[in-house]
Ligand binder design. Structure first.
Ligand SMILES: [Zn+2]
Ligand SMILES: [Zn+2]
Length: 148
């Protein structure tokens, strides 16, 4: 996590920047501020995308993007279970999905939360596709749950 000064009219405010990186380190995306939506998703597609029990989806306003680096490839598909079109951007070298856009949230960019690794993104607050959660996964009672 880094802080950088920004000139806002007369006063200087500090804005948090965080950088998400792919596994090989050649691709990254830097955003400012905290995620607007921070969820884990247990859908079948997130399991396949990550090879894990769930994905971590951190959604930021697109205008929060500060920088990107690396060569990306893209695939698009219709997410039938959640009824939206999605465009996923992944590192051309290592294949890590770094970020994505979904048609139902035109102002937001989704970033793979795990790619922030040690940049202290904080705790998610929502469990999506909760009905598909693996039986051995438990989420805190304080989180909002969405079955679909
Ligand atoms: Zn990579
Ligand atoms: Zn999902």
């Amino acid at each position: 996590m880094q802080t950088s000064p920004r000139q806002d009219s007369e006063e200087i405010v500090s804005v948090f920047h965080r950088t998400a990186r792919c596994a090989c380190g050649s691709a990254s995306i830097t955003v400012e501020g905290d995620p607007k939506v921070h969820a884990v998703c247990h859908c079948t597609n997130c399991k396949r995308r990550t090879g894990s029990a769930f994905g971590i989806s951190a959604y930021f306003f697109r205008e929060s993007i500060v920088a990107t680096s690396g060569q990306m490839k893209v695939y698009a598909f219709h997410h039938a279970a959640q009824n939206h079109d999605q465009e996923r951007h992944f590192c051309a070298s290592c294949g890590t999905t770094l970020f994505w856009y979904i048609s139902t949230q035109p102002k937001l960019i989704g970033i793979a939360g795990g790619c922030f690794a040690d940049e202290n993104l904080g705790e998610p607050t929502m469990s999506v596709s909760h009905g598909k959660k693996s039986g051995w996964v438990a989420v805190p009672d304080s989180w909002k749950t969405i079955q679909e």
